[in-house]
Structures are given as C-alpha cells and as structure tokens.
Design a binder for this molecule. Structure first.
Ligand SMILES: NC(=O)c1ccc[n+]([C@@H]2O[C@H](COP(=O)([O-])OP(=O)(O)OC[C@H]3O[C@@H](n4cnc5c(N)ncnc54)[C@H](O)[C@@H]3O)[C@@H](O)[C@H]2O)c1
Length: 289
C-alpha cells in the first residue's frame, strides 16, 4: 500500500520505516526540513509538500506532537495537520484513510478531528474518506523495535471499511488486532499510560517508606516483582517518571476528567508522589554538586 507519514518524529519515523520494511511504499512529510533530510539520506522518500504526500498515498498516519500546555492537551499541531489534509482531500476526491497515531484525549477524533475533516474537505466520512485511531504503545528509546514487535495492535474505527483497510495493512504482523470504536481506542491509550505512571508512583511511595524504616527498597521491590502479575517495569523506586509521554498524558487526562466534574483521586495522588520524587531528586543532585 502507499502510505504517507504526517509528522516524522519518533512515532512517525518508526511507523514509516516499519511499514516500509513490510513492503509498503512510504512517503515522509514534516514541517522540519532537517528531519526529512536525515530520512532522505537513509534512502527514504520524503516531501516538504503535504499535498504531494496525500496525493501519493491512500493512507495517512498523523503522528504530530500533542504536548500538554497549562494542564491541557495542545490540539493545535493536530488541527493544523488535519485542516491541511482535508483541503487536499477536497481536490483529490479519492477514498483516503486518515489514521490518528498521535495520543489524543477520548472523543477528540469524533468531536474535533472528523468535524474538521468534514468541514474543510466537504466530503462524507465513511463514504469518501475513512478515519481510524491507532495508538502507539512504543517506548521512545526503542521505537522501531516497539513498532515491529507490538504486544497488540489497537484499531479504533469510524466504520467497518476504515478498520478493514487498516487491519489489512497490519496483516503481516503476527499479533492480535483488537478493534474498537474511536473513543474507546483513545481511552485505552490513556489507561495504559496512566497505569504505568501509577505503578511508578506506587513503588516510589514504598521507596520512601522503606528508606524511612531503614529497609532496602530495591530488594523489597525485586522480590515483589517475581510475581508475574506484577512484573519488573517501574518497580525500582527513587526516580520520578519523566519522558515525553507519562507526565504530559497524566496531567492532560487528570484535567480532562476534572473538566467533566469527575474526581480522579488516585491519579491526583500519582501526580503528587511524582512531584515529591522530583523534589527529592533535585535535592539529592544539589547535595552532590
Ligand atoms: N515518543 C513516544 O515514545 C510516543 C509513544 C506513543 C505515543 N506518542 C504520541 O505520538 C505523538 C507524536 O509523538 P513523537 O514523540 O513522535 O513527537 P515528535 O515531536 O518526535 O514528532 C512530531 C513531529 O511532527 C512534526 N509536525 C508538527 N506539525 C506538523 C504538521 N502540521 N505537518 C507535518 N509535520 C508536523 C514535528 O515537526 C515533529 O517532527 C504524540 O501525540 C505522542 O504523545 C509518542
């Protein structure tokens, strides 16, 4: 299949290179020339022109950033990319599948992205274009390996046709493909990331308690983790969670639920413990200066 990658950063690059390895034609697009230059040097097809990317593909993966600004998900990058694509689709007038890879809060695709696509393309979703949400669960440090060896593939679909096209693309991956509606797929990504954050804060809380009691927190955690239901991820306390996803997704999700008058007490505590841990780290760093 012919695929375009809109946003060739960590996720876009891994997705595009991964699909290329599976025999697809991939064209990368980004607003930063240097990113395209590097990909071109590695032999990949690139374009600075979004229109060219859309015209030369039948599926576009939207992989632009969704940072958290003042506690809220910044939708501006997705919006800009989507409006541009919609205007191009208006001229293309050939069925095209839009796949949202960026992490977006539950209901974003249904209530914001599809209306934008509809408005600026004047096309009918499900008939003239398809839409899927396909969250990525990879780790930044091993993005390509994570893409090529996923634990599961999650497809949120606007309609059956959209899901079928994306599932066909993923058919060489020997792993279960789970299909859901758009909102559910978006929610699953946040549940996964906030759970990982929760696990880290949980073990950080015990790290602090063990230290206060004169016990070895790493030995305690290691023995606890031998239960396969618990596992080793995030158990070695003493460090806050950082990285490009967990802090921003936790914060955006907490505020998302608060806006809906829900009160995520556990997630608030997870965030609080992380702030406490961060403070401990900076105090330790200062003490070592
Ligand atoms: N990094 C991870 O490990 C990871 C894992 C899972 C999900 N995600 C999610 O995937 C999304 C992308 O993350 P990332 O780490 O790849 O971000 P990134 O910053 O590495 O890449 C985003 C790219 O999009 C480009 N871009 C922005 N606006 C554009 C536009 N209008 N047209 C074309 N390109 C545009 C940027 O220049 C940048 O190169 C985010 O929503 C993130 O939360 C990231």
């Amino acid at each position: 299949m012919r695929i375009s990658i809109i946003g060739s950063g960590v996720v876009g690059k891994a997705t595009g290179i991964g699909f290329h390895r599976h025999g697809n034609d991939v064209i990368f697009h980004d607003i930063i020339k240097e990113k395209l230059f590097m990909l071109k040097k590695q032999g990949y097809e690139v374009t600075e022109d979004q229109l060219e990317a859309i015209h030369n593909s039948s599926i576009s993966f939207i992989c632009v950033q969704t940072p958290t600004l003042n506690g809220k998900m910044d939708f501006s990058y997705v919006k800009k990319a989507i409006v541009g694509i919609a205007k191009t689709l208006r001229k293309k007038r050939k069925y095209h599948l839009i796949v949202i890879r960026s992490t977006v809060l539950p209901s974003t695709t249904r209530t914001k992205i599809i209306p934008l696509l509809r408005k600026h393309s004047r096309l009918i979703p499900g008939k003239e274009f398809g839409v899927c949400v396909n969250p990525e669960f990879m780790k930044r440090a091993s993005a390509l390996n994570g893409f090529l060896n996923p634990w599961r593939i999650l497809i949120g679909e606007f309609d059956k046709r959209s899901g079928d096209v994306l599932e066909t693309l993923y058919s060489p991956f020997k792993v279960s493909v789970i299909r859901a509606d758009l909102d559910t797929a978006e929610m699953i990504k946040y549940v996964a990331n906030t759970f990982l954050a929760t696990k880290i804060s949980f073990f950080n809380e015990f790290f602090i308690i063990c230290k206060k009691l004169g016990l070895d927190p790493h030995f305690v955690a290691k023995v606890v983790s031998l239960d396969p239901r618990i596992g080793e991820y995030g158990i070695y306390g003493g460090r806050s969670f950082k990285g490009s996803c967990l802090p921003k997704d936790l914060e955006a999700f907490i505020n998302f639920t608060k806006d809906k008058k829900l009160n995520p007490k556990l997630l608030d505590a997870v965030s609080l413990i992380n702030k406490k841990m961060k403070k401990c780290e900076s105090l330790t760093a200062k003490a070592h200066e």
